[in-house]
Ligand binder design. Structure first.
Ligand SMILES: Cc1cc2nc3c(=O)[nH]c(=O)nc-3n(C[C@H](O)[C@H](O)[C@H](O)COP(=O)(O)O)c2cc1C
Length: 268
């Protein structure tokens, strides 16, 4: 189960009972925040797609951790961290460090979300000096936590699908240089390719589902090449259909993350 459905970690055991062995909760921010005004999620059923501008609505990291501590789930638990909407992007590193410090003891892996299109400025953290500063700070802090807690929790960076191949290569170099463990490809897209003219297609937010599939497929090929075999676990692929996942998994060791299409199709 991918990030975004269980932002507060409130249903971890419920997902386990549904058969999920791999659940990512969040995105969680240091402080609670309401997210964007409703309506903020739109179905585009003809394209098997969703546009959302939820805006990291969540009850804060402390609240999420209460749920995580109470959960009996013993599968893979990813905790996805982000920054509060009112934290200036220049201070974003401090929000991610708060998240990292707090969730470290409780996560199988930690996802650093720098790719939501619904938090102003967030995606700028994917590039250049901003990315380097963030990654260096996270890597340094992870070393301290790993020594203190005697476990090295993998760090995954979740990226947007809206990068050129050159940008992807630069990001890959930065991730490798800082010792990140995985990349999650991908978050939602700002593109409206494939949904032009459909009802709700002009709503602001990130598009996911069917129209993003091809881009994700490309990323799944692109990332192992960029990692040059140096990454211990190649990309996590987002797919709206669990049963189509094996066909698009990249060669080599891969984590596969699946998202069901139920939120697109609703009760049908
Ligand atoms: C309603 C909704 C909320 C989401 N919230 C988050 C989130 O909080 N954090 C995050 O990293 N991704 C979030 N996502 C992105 C998904 O985890 C996933 O990366 C994206 O939907 C692309 O996969 P898909 O096309 O298979 O749905 C959200 C997606 C949707 C549809």
């Amino acid at each position: 189960m991918a990030a975004g459905l269980d932002k507060n970690g409130a249903a971890i055991d419920g997902f386990a009972q549904l058969g999920f062995g791999f659940v990512e909760v969040g995105t969680v921010t240091p402080r609670p925040q309401p997210g964007n005004p409703k309506p903020r999620i739109f179905r585009l059923p003809q394209a098997q797609a969703i546009i959302n501008r939820m805006g990291f609505n969540n009850l804060g990291v402390d609240h999420l951790l209460e749920h995580v501590r109470a959960a009996r789930f013993n599968g893979v638990l990813g905790i996805n961290i982000g920054k509060n909407f009112d934290t200036p992007v220049e201070n974003a590193v401090s929000d991610y460090l708060i998240g990292l410090n707090k969730v470290y003891a409780h996560a199988s892996y930690i996802t650093v979300n720098v790719s939501s299109p619904n938090t102003p400025g967030l995606r700028s953290l994917q590039f250049g000096d901003s990315l380097k500063q963030l990654l260096d700070a996270l890597a340094e802090r992870r070393e301290v936590l790993a020594t203190e807690q005697r476990k090295r929790v993998p760090l995954a960076i979740k990226i947007a699908p809206d990068m050129t191949d050159e940008e992807t290569a630069l990001v890959a170099q930065a991730l490798l240089a800082s010792g990140m463990d995985a990349v999650i490809a991908t978050n939602t897209t700002l593109s409206r390719e494939g949904v032009e003219g459909l009802a709700h297609a002009d709503e602001a937010g990130g598009l996911s589902g069917g129209p993003v599939r091809e881009r994700v497929r490309t990323q799944c090929v692109c990332w192992p090449v960029n990692w040059q075999g140096a990454c211990p676990s190649s990309p996590l692929a987002a797919s709206p259909r669990a049963r189509t996942q094996p066909r698009r998994s990249p060669p080599g060791r891969a984590w596969c993350r699946c998202i069901r299409g139920s939120s697109i199709e609703g009760r049908h």
